[in-house]
Design a protein around this ligand. Structure first.
Ligand code: XMP
Length: 329
C-alpha cells in the first residue's frame, strides 16, 4: 500500500544509510520544484550535512535569487550558499548572440563556479570535527529523465546535459545521489506539498537553465535583462491575479531583437519590442498558445507599456509548437 508519507520515510532512511553518520552531500538548487524538493528531502535526512548551492547567473527572473534564499533558508531550513556571479556571466555573454553559444557559456560557467564553490566547501568540511568529507552529489533527476537518458545513451550514462551539471560529479569524484529518480512530476509535487514546500513553488512553471539569455533574442545586455525581467514580472503577476497561473503550463516575456518606433508622451521613441508567450502542454514536446480573455490581455499590455521604460510595442505569440518552440531561442 503506497503512500507519500511512507515513501518519504523510506527515502529518508535510504539516504541516511547511504551517506552514513558523518558523510556530507553537495547539490545545486535553482528555485524550481525538483531541486527544492530534493534539497528539502536531503535536509530532512541529514540536516546541515547537506550543502545547497545556488548560482545567480544574472539572467534569472527579477529578485529570484533573493526569493529562493528566503524560501530555502528561512522557510525550509536548508543550508544554502548563494553565489552572485551575475557580472561574470554577463561579461562572458557580452557580444554573443548565437543561442547555442549562449547555452554553452552559461552551462560551462555554471560548472566552473559550482566546482569552485564545492572546493571551498570541501576545505571547510576537512576542518569540521562533527562531519566527514563531501562524498556525494545530489541530483534532482526524475523518472522520465532516467528513461530518456537510458534510451538515448545506454544504461551506463544517466546524466542529462540539460540539467546543467553534465559531467560534474565524475569530474569532482563525487558519487551521485538521486532521491527523485523513481518519481514522475506530479509525484514530486505531491512530495513537495507533503514536505511543507509552499504551493507557489510546488506549482511553479519550468524555467530553463540558460534563463533569460534565451528569452533575449540576440545579444544579452544588462539593460535588456532589466526590461525582460520587469515585463515578465507584470505578465506573471496579472496571470496570477486572473487566477490563470495553473491553467497555463509556461508563461513568460521575451525581448525581440532590434527596435521599433512608438510614441511616449508627445515624443516618437525608438524603443524595444516585448513578446509574450503562454502555452498549454502536457509533455512540452507539443504546445498550444493560451487563449486569454481580451480584458486580461488589455490589462497586461497596458501595464507593460506604461511601467516598463523603453518598451514601445507588446506582441502576443500565437504559434503552436511545432513549428515554433516554446522558448524563442
Ligand atoms: P522548447 O523551447 O524546446 O522548450 O520548446 C521545451 C521546454 O524546455 C525548456 N528549455 C530548456 N531548459 N535548458 C533548460 O534547462 C535549455 O537550454 C532549454 N531550452 C528549452 C523550455 O523552457 C520548455 O519548458
Amino acid at each position: 500500500d503506497w503512500t507519500m508519507e511512507a515513501f518519504v520515510d523510506k527515502e529518508v532512511a535510504r539516504i541516511r544509510k547511504l551517506v552514513g553518520e558523518k558523510g556530507q552531500v553537495i547539490g545545486a538548487v535553482s528555485g524550481g520544484v525538483d531541486s527544492t524538493v530534493a534539497a528539502k528531502l536531503m535536509h530532512e535526512a541529514i540536516g546541515d550535512r547537506f550543502h545547497a548551492v545556488m548560482v545567480d547567473n544574472g539572467v534569472l527572473r527579477k529578485d529570484e535569487a533573493k526569493q529562493v534564499k528566503e524560501t530555502l533558508t528561512k522557510g525550509l531550513g536548508v543550508n544554502l550558499t548563494v553565489v552572485d556571479a551575475s557580472d561574470r556571466f554577463l561579461g562572458l555573454l557580452k557580444g554573443v548572440s548565437d543561442p547555442e553559444k549562449k547555452r554553452k557559456i552559461i552551462g560551462n560557467t555554471f560548472i566552473d563556479i559550482f566546482e569552485e564553490e564545492a572546493k571551498k566547501l570541501a576545505k571547510e568540511a576537512e576542518n569540521s570535527p562533527r562531519a566527514g568529507p563531501i562524498e556525494f552529489f545530489l541530483q534532482g533527476t526524475l523518472y522520465p529523465d532516467v528513461i530518456e537518458s537510458i534510451s538515448f545513451k545506454g544504461p551506463s550514462q544517466t546524466i542529462k546535459t540539460h540539467h546543467n551539471v553534465g559531467g560534474l560529479p565524475e569530474k569532482m569524484n563525487l558519487k551521485l545521489i538521486e532521491p527523485l529518480r523513481e518519481l514522475f512530476k506530479d509525484e514530486v509535487r505531491a512530495m513537495g506539498t507533503n514536505l511543507g514546500i509552499p504551493s507557489d513553488l510546488v506549482w511553479r512553471h519550468p524555467f530553463p537553465g540558460p534563463g533569460l539569455a534565451i528569452r533575449i533574442i540576440g545579444e544579452v545586455t544588462p539593460e535588456k535583462v532589466r526590461i525582460v525581467q520587469e515585463a515578465d514580472l507584470i505578465f506573471i503577476e496579472e496571470i496570477r491575479n486572473a487566477g490563470l497561473y495553473r491553467k497555463i503550463s509556461q508563461a513568460f516575456a521575451a525581448l525581440m531583437d532590434g527596435k521599433s518606433v512608438g510614441v511616449v508622451g508627445d515624443q516618437r521613441l525608438h524603443g524595444h519590442i516585448i513578446a509574450l508567450r503562454a502555452v498549454v502542454t502536457t509533455d512540452f514536446m507539443t504546445a498550444n498558445y493560451f487563449r486569454f480573455d481580451y480584458d486580461v490581455m488589455d490589462k497586461i499590455i497596458e501595464r507593460i507599456g506604461n511601467e516598463v521604460q523603453g518598451v514601445v510595442r507588446v506582441l502576443y505569440e500565437m504559434t503552436s509548437k511545432p513549428p515554433s518552440t516554446i522558448e524563442f531561442e
